[in-house]
Design a protein around this ligand. Structure first.
Ligand code: BG6
Length: 486
């Protein structure tokens, strides 16, 4: 027996393994941060030898990894830790075979990279076969998103998992939390003294969180038809971002203190009244258009999508965090596929000066904005008014910019690298806790219900390559505000 850890990947022939997991493991190995010795046991239904699987992963790494193999010899060393086991995760007979393969490997990390419909079966089978309870080492499980499709199904899945694993064994992944710039939000807020005094309703007018994507649904039509933007992006990534901006300082940077504070934000969210959904949310679906100069199809013409689909590919939301810090400050969230650009950012828009002594209409002076740019061009900028040089007193907004690339150089690690490493090392700080996931579903429940039962008045309602439906602009204009032009 040694202290190696073994990662068992269910869904090993899927897209996630190919695009994210293996490239991330490889980059960790290359960076000498992957604890050794290790083994990776890939499980999927298709019959193939370990050799064939290694060959496929070699191609995946060449196509998707941040770091390329410097030599075949290094790749061969990594690949020798990789093996493949053909089996159906639904078949209970697979698990004793896995048990056999894991004999002498006390530290086990199971990864559910399968379609979500299999999570419950895998958990049940791990429990039934005794694999969920390690004796000599650790046993953990990573569950991919989506975690349920509404409050009830998330509660059910949490309940089932709790019957098999202890909460500290469970790692619910949200890859946004692994992004360097997202982790930096807490550093910015809690390692600097100058922001905290301004970080409240006295000084902040509103917050805009944008996660814009220029891609469409690509080959994921059937999944996306069941999900839509609200389930795919808002319930997880965007509400996590909101929590990081709105939370109180945790007592320490450890898993439970951090996650407790995030939960408090979720509990403070003002419920959206069922008959006021239209005042708090806007949905959209893209039609054909141009993205980056290329003609692209509308959502309803994407493979695997119903020609009369009412699934939303755009969602905008107005949320309030009802507590002493944030009462009355709107948090506007928007996300969409096939928008004009791929850009994710959080903009903290400060209040205007109470009185302007310069001869210019106060309305014409832009308020200060602190922008945390999550991707691409990761960085941060602060907009301030400045005097333009010359005899006249003219004001103009200028930005103070910080770019990660310019300061630190190189490409930041991929989110999956950080998250896999944390799960291997037993640190769930950047993972979602079961109660948080339920709060997040509960917060969106009225919108999910309304959108699920009332067909949208007019879909498609935005052109691919635009910034979303006109209703989304009107939504902010009603509040006397505007979406930032990105
Ligand atoms: C995933 C969603 O969780 O996040 C995808 O399922 C989306 O639809 C992706 O494209 C966006 O992630 P990133 O890291 O490219 O911003």
């Amino acid at each position: 027996m040694d202290d190696r850890f073994t990662l068992v990947i269910f869904g090993a022939t899927g897209d996630l393994t190919k695009r994210k997991l293996l490239p991330a493991l490889w980059s960790l190995y290359q960076g000498r941060t992957l604890p050794e010795p290790f083994s990776i046991l890939a499980v999927a239904r298709g019959e193939m030898t370990s050799e064939t699987f290694r060959g496929r992963m070699r191609e995946a790494v060449a196509a998707f990894a941040r770091i390329q193999p410097p030599s075949e010899a290094v790749w061969e060393r990594f690949a020798s830790c990789l093996s493949y086991c053909a089996g159906d995760p639904k078949d209970p007979a697979l698990y004793p075979r896995l048990g056999k393969a894991l004999e002498g490997h006390p530290n086990r990390l199971f990864y559910c990279a399968t379609p979500p419909s299999l999570y419950a079966t895998i958990v049940t089978n791990l429990g039934g076969s005794g694999l969920a309870r390690g004796r000599d080492g650790f046993t953990r499980i990573i569950i991919e998103k989506p975690f349920g499709r509404d409050l009830e199904s998330a509660q059910e899945l949490n309940g089932l998992i709790a019957g098999v694993f202890r909460e500290r064994q469970v790692y619910r992944i949200d890859h946004y939390l692994g992004k360097e710039t997202v982790q930096n939000i807490l550093v910015l807020r809690f390692a600097n003294g100058i922001f905290e005094p301004l970080w409240n309703r006295e000084h902040v007018d509103h917050v805009q969180i944008t996660v814009g994507e220029s891609i469409g649904v690509e080959s994921r039509g059937p999944y996306y038809e069941e999900a839509g933007a609200l389930r795919d992006m808002v319930q997880n990534h965007m509400l996590q971002l909101l929590c990081l901006i709105a939370m109180e300082p945790p007592v320490t940077f450890d898993a439970d203190p951090v996650r407790d504070e995030k939960n408090k934000v979720m509990r403070a969210l003002k419920p959206i009244e069922p008959d006021a959904v239209d005042d708090s949310a806007v949905r959209g679906q893209y039609g054909p258009g141009y993205v980056g100069g290329q003609r692209v199809a509308g959502y309803r013409d994407e493979p695997g999508v119903r020609p009369d689909s009412t699934t939303e590919t755009y969602a905008a939301l107005k949320l309030f965090v009802q507590n002493w810090r944030w009462a009355g400050v709107p948090f506007y969230l928007r996300t969409g596929k096939r928008l004009a650009k791929r850009v994710s950012e959080i903009a903290i828009q400060f209040k205007r000066t109470p009185h302007l002594i310069f001869r210019r209409d106060a309305e014409g002076v832009d308020p200060n904005v602190l922008v945390l740019r999550i991707q691409p061009d990761e960085g941060m900028s602060l907009t301030v008014e400045a005097k333009t040089p010359g005899p006249d007193l003219r004001l103009r907004p200028v930005t103070m910019d910080f770019r990660y690339g310019a300061v630190f150089g190189g490409e930041p690690p991929e989110a999956y690298e950080r998250l896999l490493l944390d799960a291997i090392n037993g640190d769930p700080t950047l993972y979602a806790r079961g109660d948080w996931v339920e709060h997040a579903w509960a917060a969106l429940e009225p919108v999910l219900r309304r959108w699920g039962s009332d067909p949208p008045p007019k879909f498609p309602n935005y052109e691919a390559g635009s910034w979303g439906p006109p209703e989304a602009d009107a939504f902010l204009e009603r509040d006397g505000r505007k979406w930032r032009r990105l």
